[in-house]
Design a protein around this ligand. Structure first.
Ligand SMILES: [Zn+2]
Length: 301
């Protein structure tokens, strides 16, 4: 993939909260992370599905407890900006939201509501409670925002072997898929269904988010920058798509369970198998249309 040097990024879509960001008043209580990655990814979906049930409602639009001035670092005047992980991820967020701004009205008859991504380090207070980095990236339905500790990508590479550059946009597009589901009311309905198991509401929700990520990837090179004049990506190749698919494979429930040495237990599935995650991402990508992401109505999950 190549990013467009001339693109003007919309920094209002990302908040850099810095370490322990969010509350600006001392450290939130971290969640226990247990066995690192495995537990992390499992909790990710819980957070995504809890929907404000765990209490705290600290404001999250922090004024940057140590955060970086993205306006400056990610400006077009800085020729090295795409060497900065924060600027690259900002571009991905801009692209994903520009796609949904175009596409969401077609599937819902309503306008897309943009939402922010929050970069944090170590721990963060959200509308879904406090979380630490161990939970991995997540979407909080209660405050409708995305949260990510960007060091997650290092863990994805080292622990899960998903070291391709396109892993990052895939992860963000998946989280924004949860935002779309929240706007559509899909995750509220799914929250009433089974939360674990091979055909659970949770698995259907997660696979749909993968499919939405694929639909975005298909159209990502069409997305425009803040000015509406410049493309954000100058190219995305089949090898980028392969990296997204490999990431989907690496974080399938069966693969994670197997890696943790406990054997495969479908009753505990929350996100779908590696095969399913790859297939649904591909489905969204190949067809380029979120309407083909009906994981709730399908006979073949
Ligand atoms: Zn998810």
């Amino acid at each position: 993939m190549e990013l467009n040097d001339r693109a003007e990024l919309d920094t209002s879509q990302v908040n850099d909260l810095g370490r322990g960001g969010g509350s600006g008043r001392g450290m939130p209580i971290p969640l226990p992370t247990g066995r690192g990655g495995l537990v992390s990814l499992v909790i990710t979906v819980l957070v995504a599905l809890v929907g404000g049930g765990i209490g705290l409602n600290a404001a999250t639009n922090g004024d940057g407890a140590g955060g970086e001035d993205l306006e400056q670092s990610c400006s077009r005047d800085n020729p090295d900006r795409f060497g900065n992980v924060k600027c690259r991820n900002l571009l991905y967020v801009n692209s994903i939201q520009d796609y949904w701004k175009q596409e969401y009205p077609a599937i819902s008859g309503r306008q897309y509501e943009p939402t922010d991504t929050n970069y944090f380090g170590q721990a963060v207070s959200t509308g879904c409670g406090t979380a630490d980095s161990g939970v991995g990236p997540f979407y909080c339905p209660a405050d409708k925002q995305v949260y990510i500790d960007l060091s997650f990508y290092d863990e994805l590479a080292s622990r899960f072997g998903a070291d391709g550059e396109f892993a990052a946009p895939y992860v963000l597009a998946h989280e924004y898929g949860h935002h779309i589901q929240n706007l559509l009311g899909t995750n509220e309905r799914a929250g009433q269904g089974d939360q674990t198991g091979p055909e659970s509401a949770s698995v259907r929700l997660e696979l749909q988010a993968d499919c939405y990520a694929g639909a975005w990837a298909r159209h990502a090179t069409e997305s425009k920058d803040k000015s509406g004049q410049e493309a954000l990506f100058t190219s995305i190749t089949e090898s980028d798509i392969k990296e997204a698919v490999e990431t989907a494979e690496a974080i399938g429930d069966d693969t994670i369970q197997q890696r943790s040495g406990g054997g495969i237990n479908p009753d505990q599935f929350t996100h779908g198998t590696s095969e399913q995650r790859q297939r649904w991402f591909r489905q969204g990508y190949d067809r380029g249309d979120p309407q083909v992401c009906d994981t709730f109505g399908t006979g073949r999950l």
